[in-house]
Each structure stands twice: as structure tokens, then as C-alpha cells.
Design a protein around this ligand. Structure first.
Ligand code: URA
Length: 238
């Protein structure tokens, strides 16, 4: 089995992420750092380690949790600034689970975490049009024309956004802000913030409230629950 597939199957990361980890020298095979992406793991013989911990593809129990991420947490495993990570919020789960996709440090809300590398791969693949719903408090009040542009496509750096949805839920003219619901089907870096910025209404606060039809209702900030069977089937079959 190719090394990146082996890593994904072990639940450590998606295949794409695994390649990055291999290039960064975080993967060892039989005690030696392995940077060859085409390496084929000799199942049952090779000892594979990630960050110094043995990993395997033996039927590890798959775990799927929904975390209500508070603002002020990173969704990567570790980083140079030592800020708190969502991993610190997971206490009673024995398996190592990893975030599916990312949420910015300042963004709160729904974050799916799992050790199922195949599902992570599927849900984070760019061709996958999975609907993500956000509630954003933004400066000012978007006009009809600005909302039309938001829906139809905006030029952001080197890409044009796909069709999106936007709806104003509340406006406060005195304090000059509004609360909007936005739905996007992509996952570019800081995309929702950049889209609001592009129509002239910078985001002050951002929360992801739903992934497809799975939503965060009932989960307190910083807490999590397991996915239900029907939620899992839904994600696997979508
Ligand atoms: N879009 C953003 O701008 N930030 C997030 O965390 C997620 C989507």
C-alpha cells in the first residue's frame, strides 16, 4: 500500500495532507525518515511512525465527532506560536481524531473530527460540493447588488467563487452592522471573510452552523458529541 494511502487509512490525515507530512519529514519507516512519496509499505513488516508514534491500518475503530469550536483555537495539530488547538478540547476519546478541513483561529462553530481518512479525503476534496452554512456579523448592511455579486461569483485573488447564498437575518442601523447567513460550497482559505470583504462588508464575527444538513444546535461552545448513525450514513452517501 502506498505510504500516503497507508497514512490516510491509519486515520492520521487525508492523503493530500499525508503527502505534506511525508515531505516535511514527519513520517518514519523502520526508524528512518521516509520522504519518498511512491514508497510502498510492506504490510505486517514495516514499522511506520508519525511524529514518533506507531501508526497502523489494523481495523482501528472509527470515531466521528462534532465539536462546537470556540474562537481562539487553531485547527491544526501544532504550530510555531503555541496557541491552543482544538485537540486540547477532546478529552475522553482514545483514538487520535483530526479535523476535517479547517476553521480559522477566530472562527467558531461546527468542526467535524475523525480518524477516518477516507471520509476526510472525500469531504475535503475540491470537487466535492458540500454545503457549509455560516452566520456572519458584518460591518454595514449589504445592498441588493452586493448580495447579487456575492451569490453569482466574486473575484478573490486568483479564483472566482462558485455560486453562494446570502441572506440578511438582522440589521442594526444605529450600530451599523448586520447579521447574515451565508452558504458556500467550497473551502478556500478564509473564503467567507474574503467574500464579505470583497463586497465591502468586513466580517466582525464568524460562526459555522451547519455542514450539509448536520447542524451545531444543542452543542455548547467547546463541547462535542458523536455523530449519529444517520448523520454518518448521510455524509458517506452524499
Ligand atoms: N471561511 C472563513 O473565512 N473562515 C473560516 O473559518 C471558514 C470559512
Amino acid at each position: 500500500m502506498r505510504i500516503n494511502k497507508f497514512i490516510a487509512r491509519s486515520g492520521v490525515a487525508s492523503r493530500r495532507k499525508a503527502e505534506e507530512y511525508i515531505k516535511n519529514g514527519r513520517v518514519k519507516v523502520n526508524g528512518n525518515i521516509m520522504t519518498e512519496l511512491s514508497y510502498k509499505v510492506n504490510l505486517g513488516k514495516d514499522l511506520v511512525e508519525f511524529d514518533g508514534k506507531k501508526i497502523s491500518v489494523e481495523d482501528e475503530k472509527k470515531v466521528y465527532i462534532l465539536l462546537n469550536k470556540p474562537a481562539g483555537y487553531i485547527t491544526t495539530v501544532k504550530e510555531q506560536f503555541d496557541r491552543p488547538s482544538v485537540m486540547d478540547l477532546i478529552s475522553d476519546i482514545e483514538e487520535r481524531v483530526y479535523p476535517v478541513g479547517r476553521l480559522d483561529y477566530e472562527t467558531s462553530g461546527l468542526l467535524l473530527m475523525t480518524n477516518d481518512g477516507d471520509l476526510t479525503y472525500k469531504l475535503t476534496h475540491p470537487s466535492h460540493e458540500f454545503k457549509k452554512t455560516y452566520i456572519a456579523s458584518v460591518k454595514g448592511v449589504p445592498t441588493k447588488d452586493e448580495m447579487k455579486n456575492f451569490k453569482e461569483g466574486l473575484k478573490i485573488e486568483n479564483y472566482i467563487t462558485a455560486q453562494a447564498e446570502i441572506k440578511i437575518l438582522k440589521t442594526n442601523l444605529e450600530k451599523n452592522y448586520s447579521v447574515c447567513m451565508a452558504v458556500i460550497h467550497e473551502g478556500h482559505n478564509r473564503q467567507v471573510r474574503k467574500m464579505f470583504e470583497a463586497i465591502g462588508h468586513p466580517v466582525m464575527n464568524l460562526k459555522r452552523v451547519a455542514l450539509g444538513k448536520i447542524n451545531i444546535k444543542g452543542i455548547e461552545s467547546g463541547k462535542y458529541r458523536k455523530l449519529t448513525k444517520s448523520e454518518l450514513e448521510y455524509l458517506k452517501n452524499c
